[in-house]
Ligand binder design. Structure first.
Ligand SMILES: [Zn+2]
Length: 375
């Protein structure tokens, strides 16, 4: 049986490329994980998500525990079978979304008591329960249960929260147990303070995990502050384990994170934008709602091989968006996920060839040039 493992094949500066092996398949890194919040990547069939080049999906513990319920998913054969996705799945711990979505929260040493945003029902999420839920779902990569303080916060508040998360990381490790082929990732906290990031990294390494996430970023601190932390935080984590930046991001955030040694990322942006008429292309963001597209017979991106670009014009994409047709979200989501995966493939190839600096320069030059001129 394949065990969970990670091997680096090349580095270029701080950037790395490699492969995570799991019993459910390989994940080429740097990897972008589309978000399948409620056991679906919205507007996409799972086989279409795979066709964009995704090796792994992210599922949300908070949403799935509330609806349809982790025990129900387990009775129905686990999340892979339930949603018809046979490749690897990473689940978050629920901690972040409890803090951002649930009502009436009470945080204690034990965990978080909260009421569901769906039906008001009462729940208690602890490190032990989070591990149990992620096991019931059948997740391949399980995230330790942590707390992420809302920003802005004082150093003292960030330190207190980080130390609680480190105690929860130990409890997560203890509760995870011995599960060959599955991985548990620890999450570094500490806000934008170097000393706290160092303390967190040391504690996590002492506990020992199969991978490490840089947590507490992409929460509104801005790209400059995020890159500031990424200039040192990944280097505090073990070289031979995957490093995951949670909740990132826009294409230029992804490129900057990969340059700084990140191996995995996830974000709702490509799928969410696809449902609001926003496309991400090599030439930056395109707003398909804009009237400039209504008579334009050209594809969104003439070099893109996704179905939206191969078979449809900007005029059609504009029309179906304006008409509120479901195919609008389907086509733009497909295009956006395809673009993101193509970006990751380009980054992996550039790192392997030692050409990352040139790739990044071209990436920025194309975006700076902007969208094609209107007809
Ligand atoms: Zn396309």
């Amino acid at each position: 049986m394949t065990r969970f493992s990670f091997s680096l094949t090349a580095t270029d500066g701080r950037a790395r490329t490699g492969t995570i092996s799991t019993p459910r398949g390989e994940i080429r890194t740097p990897a972008f994980m589309p978000v399948g919040t409620a056991a679906t990547v919205k507007a996409m069939m799972p086989e279409s998500v795979a066709a964009t080049g995704a090796d792994i999906l992210l599922g949300n513990t908070y949403h799935l525990m509330l609806r349809p319920g982790a025990e129900r998913v387990a009775r129905l054969g686990g999340l892979h079978k339930f949603m018809n996705w046979q490749k690897p799945i990473l689940t978050d711990s629920g901690g972040f979304q409890v803090m951002s979505l649930a009502g009436l929260r009470k945080l204690t040493e034990e965990g978080v008591r909260f009421s569901s945003h769906v039906d008001g029902s009462k729940h208690l999420l602890t490190p032990e329960r989070s591990m149990e839920i992620q096991k019931l779902l059948g997740s391949d990569i399980v995230m330790a249960f942590d707390e992420c303080p809302a920003l802005p916060a004082t150093d003292e508040e960030v330190a207190k929260s980080m130390r609680l998360s480190m105690r929860w990381a130990q409890r997560s490790r203890d509760a995870f147990g011995d599960r060959p082929g599955h991985a548990l990732f620890g999450i570094q906290q500490g806000g934008v303070t170097r000393e706290l990031r160092e303390e967190s990294a040391e504690k996590l390494k002492e506990i020992g995990f199969e991978g490490y996430a840089v947590g507490g970023l992409a929460v509104g601190e801005g790209q400059e502050a995020m890159f500031g932390v990424l200039d040192y935080a990944p280097g505090m984590l073990p070289q031979d384990k995957p490093r995951y930046l949670m909740g990132v991001g826009k294409p230029d955030d992804i490129v900057g994170a990969v340059e700084r040694g990140i191996d995995m990322m996830d974000c709702v942006l490509p799928s969410r934008s696809g449902r609001t008429g926003q496309a991400w292309t090599r030439r930056g963001q395109v707003n398909i709602k804009n009237a400039r597209h209504q008579d334009d017979p050209r594809p969104l991106d003439e070099n893109c091989t996704c179905p939206a670009c191969r078979n449809y014009s900007r005029a059609y994409l504009h029309h179906v968006y304006r008409a509120g047709e479901m195919i609008s979200g389907m086509l733009l989501t497909w295009h956006n996920l395809h673009y993101y995966q193509e970006l990751m493939a380009g980054l992996r190839a550039a790192i392997a060839e030692g050409e990352l600096a040139r790739f990044v320069a071209e990436f920025h030059a194309m975006r700076d040039a902007g969208d094609i001129e209107p007809l």
